[in-house]
Design a protein around this ligand. Structure first.
Ligand code: AMP
Ligand code: MN
Ligand code: MN
Ligand code: MN
Length: 283
């Protein structure tokens, strides 16, 4: 039997719609054996998540998804199995959170220029954690106001990278994000590598720079990849000697391509990022 491991998900502590304990319950109900909460730029949901997982007899790995600016594009670096009490990591994430609030004001102004009133206050009221206000909260506001029908439409018309109301996140550097995760004793993972709009040479530079900095793994099977991309990034993992991760990137019921725990298994020949942490039956 292969364990069901889902190491990428969000709660109300960033842009998810369920509290950490409710995400744990949902993971358990969908057959997940080991789960990581990986909120954007925040560790504040980890304690509730760990307690809920313990009560449910669900394996738990601490996670975080760090916003990074690399070659002008926002890249997400997931940290896994680190010490959440590490001050270097905590201070670094606090710096990123400070920039989110001002950025949200700017996005509110841009939406106003597009004729959408009250977006900053509206998005803020929809953010479970005001320090983590982000584009998903603006998308929820646009849908609530009837300006857009779906998340996809909100990102296509206003909030997607390069669209009218999108202000890029300043974020950390790649070196900082990987360094903070390693200093806290964790592993660094490139989240959904297929999602970044790089030309091939830049994408290769991301992989080699990440590896040179001590980054160990990439997401291969993720809710943010198509099945073709599972195969493509399995090849990248083999080529660069990266370990592989699997995670739904769950945000909310009905949002995104797959729910918690419902992804295919990793290709059998890849080394799972969790190999040293989770003993698989029969191995
Ligand atoms: P932010 O951290 O504020 O830049 O928001 C990034 C988040 O927006 C991602 O983590 C996703 O949850 C969401 N997102 C980004 N692009 C899209 C898209 N095209 N469709 C739906 N959600 C998206
Ligand atoms: Mn998100
Ligand atoms: Mn992401
Ligand atoms: Mn995510």
């Amino acid at each position: 039997m292969v364990l069901n491991v889902d190491l990428h998900s969000h709660s109300t502590q960033s842009d998810g719609s369920l509290r950490p304990a409710a995400v744990a319950e949902r993971a358990k109900a969908r057959g997940v054996d080991w789960w990581a909460l990986s909120d954007h730029d925040a560790l504040s949901g980890l304690q509730e998540a760990a307690e809920a997982a313990r009560e449910l007899d669900l394996g738990f790995i601490p996670g975080v998804e760090i916003s990074v600016l690399y070659s002008g594009v926002t890249v997400h670096i997931v940290g896994l199995n680190f010490n959440p009490a590490d001050t270097t990591l905590q201070v670094g994430l606090a710096q990123i959170r400070q920039t989110r609030f001002e950025r949200a004001r700017q996005m509110g102004d841009r939406l106003q220029d597009c004729g959408v009133e009250g977006a900053f206050d509206g998005a803020l009221s929809l953010a479970g954690n005001p320090h983590l206000i982000g584009r998903v909260h603006f998308a929820r506001y646009l849908i609530q106001q009837g300006v857009c029908d779906t998340f996809q439409q909100a990102f296509e018309r206003y909030l997607g990278d390069g669209k009218r109301a999108c202000v890029p996140m300043q974020g950390a550097t790649l070196e900082e994000a990987v360094g903070w995760i390693l200093s806290a004793g964790g592993k660094a993972v490139i989240a959904h590598p297929g999602r970044y709009p790089y030309k091939p040479a830049r994408r290769k530079a991301l992989f080699s720079d990440f590896k040179a900095l001590g980054g160990q793994a990439i997401e291969v099977v993720t809710g943010s990849h198509t099945p073709d991309q599972y195969r493509q990034y399995a090849r990248v993992a083999r080529e660069y000697g990266f370990e592989a991760s699997r995670g739904s990137d769950f945000h909310a019921p009905g949002m995104g391509r797959v729910d918690l725990g419902l992804l295919p298994d990793l290709p059998y020949d890849l080394v799972p990022v969790w190999r040293d942490w989770i003993v698989e039956p029969g191995h």
